[in-house]
Write a protein that binds this ligand. Structure first.
Ligand code: IYR
Length: 225
């Protein structure tokens, strides 16, 4: 043995020539630039195996101490979707009518969002994403996870990218508070709902808000000297 007290395996890494790397980087960017958050969902069904592949892609995310501190609850059951819509709309009415400060409402105005969430019943899939601050081991003892928010955020980002790459539209939906999800989906109290990802096809005549993305100069700084 090599004296290390953990097991290692050879890295399976694909080296790519720079002249091939450039077009690959560009085309991946172009693919992701076409992703838009969608709110006009069609009720057209999506095969489960496609969703499963995207979930496996998400589960490749790096995570604190490799704890993979996430749970993805995949909902297609119409009654459960209805309950989730009811729970979300109740919170959202509260949010839009009283909880949200004016500056937040002003920030949302260009997106045209309101408390009505019909897509929660219409889209074929809802994926409720939970983060696991703790895990129960076999003896029922709690063990702590690390960098949970970061880990689940990365996994969620990969899921959004994987679904877009597969040809599906998504909406990152964050009704707050979201504890009603634990109840409907029978998830333990140790799990905190992060968001509901709405997944499906856009409606044929779907429209999206006219928004822009920051230029490279606006959101980066290169420190070369
Ligand atoms: N959760 C609300 C409000 C909302 C908040 C943000 I920040 C958004 O980018 C979009 C919506 C809703 O889903 O309507």
């Amino acid at each position: 043995m090599d004296g290390k007290n953990f097991k290692e395996i050879p890295l399976d890494f694909t080296f790519i020539e720079e002249n091939e790397m450039r077009p690959r980087a560009k085309s991946f960017n172009e693919l992701l630039q076409k992703r838009r958050t969608v709110r006009d969902f069609s009720n057209k069904s999506v095969p489960r195996d496609i969703i499963e592949q995207c979930l496996l892609a998400a589960n490749s995310a790096p995570s604190g101490a490799n704890r993979q501190p996430w749970h993805f609850a995949v909902i297609t059951n119409p009654e459960k979707k209805k309950k989730i819509r009811e729970g979300a709309e109740e919170e959202e009415r509260e949010f839009y009518q009283s909880r949200a400060p004016q500056d937040w409402l002003d920030a949302l105005a260009p997106l045209g969002t309101d408390a009505n969430k019909p897509f929660l019943e219409r889209a074929p899939y809802l994926i409720a994403i939970f983060s696991q601050k703790f895990e129960l081991n076999n003896e029922g003892n709690k063990t702590k996870n690390y960098y949970v928010a970061e880990s689940v955020g990365i996994a969620t980002g990969l899921l959004v990218a994987a679904l877009h790459n597969a040809g599906l539209a998504t909406l990152t939906h964050t009704p707050a508070p979201m504890k009603f999800l634990n109840k409907i989906l029978d998830r333990p109290d140790t799990e905190k709902p992060l968001m509901v990802l709405v997944v499906g096809y856009p409606e044929n005549d779907a429209k999206v808000p006219a928004i822009s993305r920051k230029s490279l100069e606006q959101f980066t700084s290169f420190h070369e000297n």
